[in-house]
Design a protein around this ligand. Structure first.
Ligand code: NDP
Length: 265
């Protein structure tokens, strides 16, 4: 019988996850289906329960349900526990919650973009669900330093506080440049907005990375104006999907052709 998987979100029509997982399944010869499910804002747990009852084997979770998925899981991977957010569920008698966003970001930076993070100064902008998921995997790469800057400074401080002296926090007016990598993990790009960042954070060797994908963003335009190299979050999206797929199916898909075909459409 074909194994069923899905992505839950609200909204969900824009999601590229069904396309990505269908490509992975074709490439690796897996007998599985993957659909997008619009869960009601107050009905995430019920939608997941219905899917499990209908034979669902696993699911991805996107905005705005990652923290609810964290609470729903019976068991958590270490990285999901640390992140406080879950983007991947596996249904196998109970519900296992994992977070593959950070692994996806690190894979995109280091493998696809050939940008090693060891010894680098990293600025992470934002302290929401996406930022929470990437702090620990970034630290595992042994950067020279990691600074979290957020509009609401207390949220940056709270997140940095989970990681001790390795991470510092500030508001946008307290950033002390420059940085080798600047990662935009805010939702500002979704609204076509630019966080008020000092241009000195960028140099000609800085990589400016926006987790948003699918269109050019004010953040990437701003970074280019000040000489930085830029990348969007499409590679991260495909890499976090590959990490989830590998956990479910035990086989790691080749991400390069999938990223290339998404870029071409
Ligand atoms: P959340 O809603 O959890 O967090 C939002 C964050 O953005 C907060 O830090 C918030 O600051 C900040 N923010 C929102 N609007 C503005 C603004 N106008 N100016 C400055 N800061 C702002 O969202 P997520 O963390 O889940 O998602 C963030 C982004 O990352 C989204 O664009 C999402 O699409 C993308 N993403 C991409 C992935 C990929 O695979 N490529 C994976 C996961 C996420 P405050 O605390 O002050 O409210």
């Amino acid at each position: 019988m074909t194994d069923r998987y899905a992505v839950f979100g609200h909204p969900i029509a824009h999601s590229k996850s069904p396309q990505i997982h269908a490509a992975f399944a074709r490439q690796t010869g897996q007998d599985m289906s993957y659909e997008a499910i619009l869960a009601p804002l107050d009905g995430f747990a019920g939608s997941v329960a219905d899917f499990i009852a209908a034979g669902g084997r696993g699911a991805n979770v996107t905005v705005p349900f990652k923290e609810e998925a964290f609470r729903l899981a019976d068991r958590l991977s270490a990285r999901a526990r640390r992140a406080g957010a879950v983007n991947t569920l596996t249904f196998d008698g109970d519900i296992l919650g994992d977070n593959t966003d950070g692994a996806g970001l690190v894979a995109d930076l280091t493998r696809n973009l050939h940008f090693p993070l060891v010894g680098k100064r990293i600025l992470l902008i934002g302290a929401g669900g996406a930022a929470r998921g990437v702090v620990e995997p970034l630290l595992e790469q042994q950067p020279a330093g990691l600074v979290i800057a957020n509009r609401t400074v207390s949220r940056a401080q709270e997140l940095a506080g989970l990681f001790g002296r390795d991470v510092s926090a500030c508001g946008f007016d307290g950033i002390e440049p420059p940085f080798d990598v600047v990662i935009n993990a805010t939702a500002a790009s979704l609204a076509g907005e630019l966080p008020p960042l000092p241009p000195e954070i960028f140099t000609a060797t800085t990589l400016a990375y926006d987790m948003m994908y699918g269109r050019d963003t004010p953040f990437l335009g701003f970074a280019r104006t000040y000489g930085a190299c830029t990348a969007d979050g499409l590679g991260m999206l495909v890499e976090q999907a590959a990490e989830a797929f590998c956990g479910w199916r035990g086989v790691r898909p080749d991400t390069a052709p999938v990223i290339a075909s998404l870029r071409a459409t």
